[in-house]
Design a binder for this molecule. Sequence first.
Ligand SMILES: Cc1cc2nc3c(=O)[nH]c(=O)nc-3n(C[C@H](O)[C@H](O)[C@H](O)COP(=O)(O)O)c2cc1C
Ligand code: SF4
Length: 434
Amino acid sequence: MALPAPILLKRIPADPAQRRLCRWADYTATGGYEGLQKACTMPPGEVIKLVVDAGLRGRGGAGFPCGTKWTFLPKDVHPRYLAVNFDESEPGTFKDRYLVEHDPHALLEGIAIAAYANRITTSYIYIRGEYHRQAGILEEAVAEAYAHGIFGRKYPGTDIVHNCYVHRGAGAYICGEETGLLESLEGKRGWPRNKPPFPAVAGAFAKPTIINNVETLACLPHIVLQGAAWFKSMGTPSSAGPKLFGLSGHVNQPGVYEEALGVKMSTLIEKYAGGVKGGKYKAAIPGGVSMGVLGTDQYHAELDFDIGKKYNVLGLGTAGVIVMNDQTDLVLVLRNIVRFFAHESCGQCTPCREGTAWMHKMLNRIVDGFGRPRDFDLLMEIALSMGAMPGTTICGLADGANWAVRTFLQKFPEEFKARLKCGQVRGVELTATA
Ligand SMILES: Cc1cc2nc3c(=O)[nH]c(=O)nc-3n(C[C@H](O)[C@H](O)[C@H](O)COP(=O)(O)O)c2cc1C
Ligand code: SF4
C-alpha cells in the first residue's frame, strides 16, 4: 500500500526549488516536539513498550528491532549513553544526510524521546567526517534545542540531565560499524570490537550504550503521537512503517523518496525516479553495496526486511538502491565494489584483510584481460570463506564483501566467464592456465 502522505519527509517539499532548512520556529509550528511532550507524560517503560509494539526495525542496515534493543540495557546501571549513527558511508546511501540537512529537529526530537525512555545522560551524534555542511546545520539545531530546554535539562520524573553533542568522524567507513564507532568516539582507532559484551551492556566508555541510526530515531515522534497500530498499518507484517529509499545510478531522477516498506523496486524506479536512464534495466543493488545485487529477473522485488530470504541478497541494508542499465559492465562494477572493501577493511581479521585484497587483485587481472578460467571458482571460494563460517571475522564488513561477490557471480555468471576466456589483450595472444 502506498503511503497516504509523506511522514518522515513531511517538512521537505518534493520540489527542490521550494526546499529550505527547517529551523526551530518552522518545526514547532508544524507539530514539532509534540511527540516529546506526549512521551514525557508517559512512564518511560510505556514508551519502550510502544516502540516494541510498533515493530520499528533499525534503519541503519541490520534491521534489528529497536524497542527490543532498548530492553537489553541492564537495569539500574548508570550513566547510559546513546550513540547516534550518522556515519552513513555505505556507497549509494544518502537518506540520513537528506533528512538532517533539511529537517534536523526531526532527528533531535527522536533523540530526546529515546533519551527520556531509556534514562540516557548523554547522546553523541557521530557524523561522517565528510559531512561538513550537515555538521554545521546540526550544531545550530542542537544549540536551538538547548536554548528551548530540549537538552541540558531533567526530563520529568528523573534526576538525570540529558546532554547532546555532535561528534565528527574522520572519514572511515568502518566507523559506521557500531563498535568501530564507539572506539572512534573514545578517541581510538576505529577498530570494531569482539562481542560480547554487546554495547547495551558495555558500550561507550564501558557503560551501557544504545546505538541507533538517524532514520530509526526520526520515526519515534510519529510512533509516540500516532501509536503502534498506525505505524504497523503501513508496510508488511515483518517490516512496519514508512521508509526512506535513496535512488541513484541509471535513473532519470535520482533522490530520496519515502514509501511504505514492501514497495516494489519497479514502482520506486518508475513512479518516483523517472524510469531507467540510458537503456533497459539490468541489475540493482538494493541497499548499499554490502547487500549484493538483484538480477535482471528481480526488477519487481519487494523491498522489505525479508528481501534476503526471497531474492538471494544479504538484506535490505540501508535501502540505498543503485540501478544499473543494460549498458553496464558488471565486471567493472564488482571490481570497484571490491576495491572499496579492500581499502576500507580495518585489517584486524585475516579472512577480511587478505580475502578482500586477493579478490581485488583477481578482479583487476580479469578486467585487464588476464583472467584465468579457474578464477571464477576461486573468487567464489574466497568470498564464501569470508562469510560462510560465522565467527571468522569480528564485524560484518567481510560478509558484505562476500555477498557482493557471490551474488554478482551467481546472477551474472556468463558476463564474468566471458572475460575468462583469455583471448587477445592489446594484440597479445593469451593462453588459459588452469
Ligand atoms: C561495515 C559496517 C558499516 C556500517 N555503517 C553504518 C552506517 O554508516 N550507519 C548506520 O546507521 N549503521 C551502519 N552499520 C550498522 C551498525 O553497525 C548498526 O547496526 C546500526 O547503527 C544500528 O542502528 P539501528 O538499529 O537503528 O539500525 C554498519 C555496519 C557495518 C558492519
Ligand atoms: S571483518 Fe574486516 S573490517 Fe571487520 S573487524 Fe575484521 S578486518 Fe576489520
